[in-house]
Design a protein around this ligand. Structure first.
Ligand SMILES: *[C@@H]1O[C@H](CO)[C@@H](O)[C@H](O)[C@H]1NC(C)=O
Ligand SMILES: *[C@@H]1O[C@H](CO)[C@@H](O)[C@H](O)[C@H]1NC(C)=O
Ligand SMILES: *[C@@H]1O[C@H](CO)[C@@H](O)[C@H](O)[C@H]1NC(C)=O
Ligand SMILES: *[C@@H]1O[C@H](CO)[C@@H](O)[C@H](O)[C@H]1NC(C)=O
Ligand SMILES: *[C@@H]1O[C@H](CO)[C@@H](O)[C@H](O)[C@H]1NC(C)=O
Length: 341
């Protein structure tokens, strides 16, 4: 009873407030008792403002949107004034439109728009992820009113967060599921993100996730080191031969058999090392001291061994290049020699 009386009093007060505000706004769609107009994206809202009671003289009206004047044409100011919001956009949500008399700033009336929109979730997307890399699936759940729940499924049943090492975050705009190091058996499949809206029902989006084999990435540091070695070796090789050629040219001198390019023999060492690495491992595993353990760890580290293999490869190519250069230099030398005889 008391509640009913309270509600009645409230409406009476509201009625009076409307009557004494000096202006009245008529709206399509209709405004509720709290001055809110419910609308949706792409729709149209029209507002018409009139001064209350009989107006003796011309009444000039003004419109404000969130406190800023709305530009009105000359004919749309006197005695009554209308404003049309079309199409309704995201940014119209919460916008307040105020009408007032120009000659009496206390005579005002306002309405506020409540623009509702559904979460933008639909369709399906194919995602391919490299094995052992990170999986991140974002789901756009932004909606008005906010979604009441978001759930993730994998192959039709709720995602087992613990088993797959998944984590789910939600900032009100996006719900994201992610996993750090993906494995085919655990992470491949069809994911679905489902959001429940209190007024628009359930919306979902599908992600078809396939895992691809891990591609071998070139180890960057050894690669740069390799390039530097190549550069200096070629430089040294050319310089040493240049010297030799000049000497031959100048004084028919005896040929320098000495090789300045000592670096290259390291390639051979590496090749030998590579060939017996299994035996080295065996030998080291039989040793008891800490240093041996350290070397053994190095030999058993796949990533480090990839680098070593790369260096072995680069230096063996350098050896080959060096041999070829020697051949060419010899040829050059012989040509010089025969000319001079
Ligand atoms: C201005 O409008 C208010 C509300 O309608 C009214 O009470 C007041 O008398 C008006 N003042 C003048 C100067 O017209
Ligand atoms: C506004 O209303 C007054 C009084 O009814 C009238 O005399 C006047 O012509 C109207 N002005 C316009 C622009 O319609
Ligand atoms: C807007 O309308 C929705 C749906 O009726 C409602 O849930 C929400 O609370 C309203 N928001 C505001 C700010 O009035
Ligand atoms: C999901 O289903 C696909 C196809 O049946 C299957 O290949 C995949 O292993 C399943 N994923 C999981 C995590 O069970
Ligand atoms: C996902 O949404 C589509 C419509 O977009 C609907 O047909 C389907 O039943 C929904 N799937 C689930 C599992 O809710």
């Amino acid at each position: 009873m008391e509640l009913m009386f309270g509600a009645l009093l409230f409406h009476l007060l509201l009625y009076c407030a409307n009557q004494t505000s000096g202006v009245t706004i008529q709206t399509v769609p209709t405004v509720d008792s709290e001055g809110v107009i419910q609308t949706e994206l792409e729709k149209t809202v029209s507002l018409v403002c009139q001064p209350d009671g009989g107006h003796e003289a011309d009444e000039e009206l003004q419109w404000l949107r969130n406190g800023f004047a709305v530009h009105l044409t000359e004919e749309n100011r006197m005695n009554h004034s209308s404003v049309c919001v079309t199409p309704v956009l995201y940014e119209d949500n919460g916008a307040t439109f105020t009408c007032r008399r120009r000659n009496n700033a206390t005579a005002t009336a306002s309405v506020t728009l409540n623009v509702t929109y559904r979460p933008q979730l639909s369709g399906s997307e194919e995602v391919s992820v490299e094995e052992e890399s990170m999986l991140v699936l974002p789901c756009d759940i932004w909606a008005n009113p906010p979604v009441s729940s978001v759930s993730w499924s994998l192959n039709g049943s709720a995602v087992d967060l613990l088993a797959g090492g998944f984590s789910v975050t939600n900032d009100g705009f996006t719900s994201t599921i992610s996993a750090d190091k993906v494995e085919k058996s655990l992470h491949e499949g069809t994911y679905q993100c489902t959001a429940e809206s209190p007024i628009y029902g359930s919306h979902n989006k599908t992600f078809i996730v396939t895992l691809t084999d891990k591609t071998l990435t070139i180890p960057l540091m050894p690669f740069i080191a390799g390039l530097v070695v190549v550069f200096f070796t070629v430089l040294l090789a050319v310089a040493s031969r240049w010297n030799r050629i000049r000497k031959v040219n100048a004084a028919y001198d005896d040929i320098l058999l000495h090789n300045n390019v000592r670096l290259l023999s390291k390639g051979r060492v590496l090749e030998r090392f590579w060939a017996i690495r299994k035996h080295l491992q065996m030998f080291l595993s039989e040793q008891k001291n800490a240093k041996a353990k350290q070397y053994l760890d190095f030999l058993q580290d796949d990533e480090k061994m990839e680098c070593v293999a790369f260096l072995v490869d680069v230096t063996s190519h350098l050896n080959e290049l060096n041999l070829k250069l020697q051949d060419d230099a010899n040829l050059l030398q012989r040509t010089f020699a025969s000319d001079l005889e």
